[in-house]
Design a protein around this ligand. Sequence first.
Ligand code: RAM
Length: 519
Amino acid sequence: MVDQEMKRLVNAGFIEKAQRCRPRLKSSVKAPLRIVAISSKGDTAEIQEKSDGRMLPRYSLGKGESLCLDFGTHYVGYVTLKFNSVGSPQDAPAFLRLKFAEVPGEILDDSGDYHGWISRGWIQEEFIHLDVLPAEVRLPRRYAFRYLEILALDTSKKWKLVVEEAKLSAVSAADPEAVFPFHTQDKLLKDIDRVSVRTLANCMQDVFEDGPKRDRRLWIGDLRLQALANYETFRDYKLVKRCLYLFAGLTRDDGRVGACVFTEPDYIVDDTFFFDYSLFFVPVLYDYYMESGDEDTLKELWPCAKRQIELASQEFGTTHVVREMEANDCFLDWKAGLDKQAGAQAVYIYCVRRGACLARILGCTDEASRLEREAEEKAAAAMKYLWDGTKGMFISGRDRQISYASQVWMVLAEVVKGKEARELLNRLDEEKPEMGMVTPYMNHHYVEALLLCGEEKKALDYIKYYWGGMVEGGADTFWELYNPENREESPYGSRIVNSYCHAWSCTPAFLLRKIEKIF
Ligand code: RAM
């Protein structure tokens, strides 16, 4: 939901605390490793090695000629390019197009074909004129990429363009040396873990960003999963604390936590609100406390967590079933047509249970008991009104829609447990309802649901199938969207604006270590 009329509330003390946890970014200089040619092979991109990255100055580009540099893996950072000319004196400006690509397919995509609903400003493409060569160009934007294509749109008949040097200053708040390892002999799992950790590291910037290509901001749904992966890998508690204080310090005037916050030019909460995302402040705080033991933060931020539950509780009617939701009232997944009611009911129960635990930890026993009763009441209502006994599935909305999201969240909310939950997930697997899952975010929750009901083997196989599918598709970092059945899937109208290093996709680093502890 977008609330453009909203009044904002800023807690200066909280912002000050967030500011004190601001990370110092680590930077390292990278050069291209290879020069490649990318061509299309059916619907995939074929990469052909042309030469070593050090051969760069030996190439000269005339009108319409291009060079594609491969930096070896995915990075986030700032680029400096040195250009020169060969041949006659430069009698016309150099006119260039630069394309930065996280995956090779982006080099092949034509930005002119994009007619989607989010800004084309996200496409990492620049058009530059250089009147005088030689020239050193330090590009002002930060890019997320592995490949950089330099196309000479025009030179002149008398001279050609030379790219003498390409340099990247890669930045991240994470120290790649400081990862707590995951032990396995399985090559695919090793690769999945490596790609997950890289995804997380490249999204760890001034805050936990959702995607360094797009939207480059702090979303609470992404934060929740990033924080979990971070606790198992980099253990950067300070960065999570910073993000918690930002969400709590920048709310709507009724205390509601926004779906995302911007940190530039000033800290400001967005006017987008999702039922599930506001509630996720509770489990993010819960997980943070469980991992860090930071009682001061828990005490200070508990009122904000409690307030999210209070506000969400107003969305329930006398039957204790949450109201029917419009598509953008609650997120859950990008699956088009997904009915959100059952998922929202389950997310509420999931969050209230964690709220009850926090209240108990803080010694607020009356509040804890009240929240425990609240969770049970809503769980009972889910069984009464949202469970279809004949089909053995939870239904959602007036059309009684059956989706993966509803079943998975009801399991995570422990509305069904143990054997019943296992049977439900088995049925889901057999019947494969059409209302499937399209984001690694939703697929993460599916794996968590399997783990919660003791299906470690299935969880592991699914990680190999799903995230392994991206690794086999050449991923250096995990993608925002991945539907094995439709690789072109995009909620935005074209995959050209999809992000290919996306926070909510980094969770195998967490899931695999969790499974490792069980075995
Ligand atoms: C997209 C981003 C972000 C997500 C929101 C709901 O814009 O991918 O990660 O949290 O949607």
